[in-house]
Design a protein around this ligand. Structure first.
Ligand code: NAD
Ligand code: IPM
Ligand code: MN
Length: 349
């Protein structure tokens, strides 16, 4: 059969630096010729040079690949050269929406030996190992809304959260199916005490799907209380299902309590296989450390395990997972460069 094609978008800031290490580990795991890679030069530089963010022809080419690897896109918050959101909306979100990545999967696991801001007393209670199933194609990310009388004292600015019964049902179902392969517990995170319309829909669908999975226990937390639980009782979570924006916020805190944003992997999955799925670290382009060779590539490397798993190479994925486990356990507080981390993990797979 035919060699799978993987599109690679390094992007901005530390994106290309961490993606290089991801590819290094991928090669060490499956060999240099298992996949054929197509590199796309997209991001801030391309836009500044040509005015293009994601040309239609590239979008069309990407439709035909087997998976996409993305570093990160976006300028430093406050940058004057690049309008905020131009690359994020025009490239990253464009791909998530165009390829119907409705499952944004973000695993969080506190590896033994990893430094965490959590207290010892909390860590000693037991393993922390949960996944966030973040809805990826709806909510406040749809771009519905607008601003009137912009720049005047009468300005009104709206962003509308779009939630469809079909969109909520399919992601909630994915969360329950995932829980069946894990510790069999799903927590819905929302804010239905205030967001009665969207929250009501999520709640009703959650209850209906839960009834189909009697083996899976379920509960509900408001998103604000979730912040408390992530810090004070993270062991309570197995699978969290939530909307697009809550999921964005929850997963940065989840990363912070499980060893930092440098370790947090993610997969933007279209479970139907109708479109290619996309694998990227949870973090962004980190302009504050870009170009210094000090970014932690572990999140991107773990995202390569999610990619292999998605392509049906479970055993290869497990080799990367074990290599990452071993590396993070051994690293302690030593400061290594981006490529040293990649070399060390590649040597272990
Ligand atoms: P960020 O994740 O880029 O950085 C937040 C902090 O985490 C910074 O201090 C950074 O140095 C640190 N950090 C991030 N990744 C790291 C790594 N691998 N190793 C060590 N430290 C790391 O978030 P931000 O500063 O809010 O955003 C910067 C830009 O990235 C913005 O333009 C934003 O829109 C964009 N962004 C893109 C993506 C993406 O493409 N998927 C995701 C998040 C943010
Ligand atoms: C993420 C990022 C993106 C998001 C931004 C850059 C659009 O923060 O992948 O977590 O909000 O989804
Ligand atoms: Mn985010």
């Amino acid at each position: 059969d035919k060699t799978p094609t993987i599109a690679v978008i390094g992007g901005d800031g530390i994106g290309p630096e961490v993606v290089a290490e991801g590819l290094k580990v991928l090669d060490a795991t499956v060999g240099g010729s298992a996949f054929s890679y197509v590199h796309y030069d997209l991001g801030a530089e391309r836009w500044q040079r040509t005015g293009e963010v994601l040309p239609e022809s590239v979008l069309e080419e990407l439709t035909g690949v087997d998976a996409i690897i993305l570093g990160a896109v976006g300028a430093a918050p406050g940058s004057k050269a690049i309008p905020s959101g131009l690359l994020e909306r025009g490239l990253l979100l464009k791909l998530r929406f165009a390829f119907d990545h409705y499952v944004n999967l973000r695993p969080s696991k506190l590896y033994p030996g990893v430094v965490t801001p959590l207290s010892d007393a909390i860590v000693e209670r037991g393993p922390i190992d949960f996944v966030v199933v973040r809805e990826g194609t709806e909510g406040l990310y749809c771009g519905v809304g607008g601003s009137m009388q912009t720049g005047t004292p009468f300005e009104v600015a709206n962003e509308v959260s779009v939630n469809t019964a079909r969109g909520v049902e399919r992601v909630v179902r994915d969360a329950f199916e995932r829980a069946m392969r894990r510790r069999k517990k799903v927590t819905l995170v929302h804010k239905h005490n205030v967001l009665v319309n969207a929250g009501g829909l999520w709640n009703r669908i959650f209850q209906a799907v839960a009834a189909e999975f009697p083996e899976v226990s379920n509960d509900y937390l408001h998103v604000d209380a979730t912040m408390i639980m992530l810090v004070q009782d993270p062991q309570r979570f197995d699978v969290i299902v939530t909307d697009n924006l809550f999921g964005d916020i929850v997963t940065d805190l989840a990363a912070a309590v499980t060893g930092g944003i440098g370790l947090a992997a993610s997969a933007n999955i279209n479970p139907t296989g109708a479109f290619p799925s996309m694998f990227e670290p949870v973090h962004g382009s980190a302009p504050d450390i870009a170009g210094q060779g000090i970014a932690d590539p572990t999140a991107t490397i773990s995202s390569m395990a999610l990619l292999l798993d998605h392509l049906g190479r479970r055993e290869d994925a497990a080799r990367i997972e074990s290599a990452v486990d071993a590396d993070v356990a051994a690293r302690g507080s030593d400061r290594r460069t981006t490529s040293q981390v990649g070399d060390a993990i590649a040597a272990r797979v």
